[in-house]
Design a protein around this ligand. Sequence first.
Ligand code: NAD
Ligand code: WQD
Length: 334
Amino acid sequence: MVTGGTGYIGSHTVVELQQSGYEVVIVDNLSNSRADVVDHIEQITGIRPAFEKVDCLDSEGLDAVFRKYPNVKGVIHFAASKAVGESVQKPLMYYRNNLGSLINLLELMPKHGVEGIIFSSSCTVYGQPDVLPVTEAAPIKKAESPYGNTKQVNEEIIQDFVASGAPINAILLRYFNPIGAHPTALIGELPNGVPQNLVPYVTQTAAGIRQQLSVFGNDYDTPDGSCIRDYIYVVDLAKAHVIAMERIFQHKQEKQVEVFNVGTGHGVSVLELVNAFERATGVKLNYRIVGRRAGDIEKIWANPERANKVLGWHADTPLEDILASAWKWQCTLS
Ligand code: NAD
Ligand code: WQD
């Protein structure tokens, strides 16, 4: 079961699951995605995933899906609201959606013999790390937003549920900054309204949909003054989920709950990304430097050694190839 499976990361993960031989049922309420993503997944893999339009907050509806698909062995839980700024304006919606959905799933899994869950966490739990690159042992810092807090609390909910003796296993994947689109350009990121994230804003500016990219600050303590992040190709990220799910099914876990940073291990600044986009696409980007964005941390990139060694997984797609995939996807939308 892939909740949020018609969403950006979920849809790419469904493709990789199917291409690894798994049967998939998508549960999504289409609050931030479209049903035709199911068609595009089928176009890529030749296999139409089962799709149930259900809200994970609807416990009875979710129970009915588990009853309809009694062979579900694992859950990959992407379904959540994820806009940091919106979470500041609507905290209760974020706490209800992101915590309530997970609690419903955890309550139903043992009842239906589901072995394990892969949870979509985020490097946002680290805040601004004291030491870089950041490892899974780094301290969790007070969240900068209700959204970030929902990720921290969700991790604690899973840890506490397993500690209470629940018969399930879990892997928490802390994503860094997922970017790019599937090489077929049949699926990709579909931001609603004005993009908050950098790469969709870059591609929409290049496509002429946005007038100009604002670079939020060049007075940070970084080589070129702009913020540094660990941008990971969404397909590489999707592959990590298949490996993590297999790890649970094959009972290879060292602990009932394992945590992995899912990043490239390389920090890239905003201006470096803009230059890489121009090199990758040949499109000159119209941008200007403006003031810092409230809530932004200065720099973060992963130490992915645990995922590399324990999962045998690496994110090695070159940044320019990833940005070329984002541009190819944008060109199909315009
Ligand atoms: P997305 O919005 O594209 O996908 C989320 C999907 O979940 C959407 O299809 C939406 O319709 C669905 N959904 C939301 N609430 C639901 C509910 N109550 N019931 C059923 N479906 C519901 O987001 P994404 O970028 O694919 O992110 C997926 C997950 O990864 C989220 O949990 C997000 O917090 C996490 N994450 C994302 C990023 C990122 O930069 N994109 C980084 C770290 C973590
Ligand atoms: C990246 C960099 C901006 C837009 C967010 C969430 C995080 C996770 C991933 C869910 C920053 C700069 C951006 C623009 C810019 N989401 N930028 N101009 O903030 O690292 O992480 O998305 O889990 O929780 O916080 O990603 O893409 O918004 O920004 O200069 O128009 O690009 O200042 O330095 P971020 P982002």
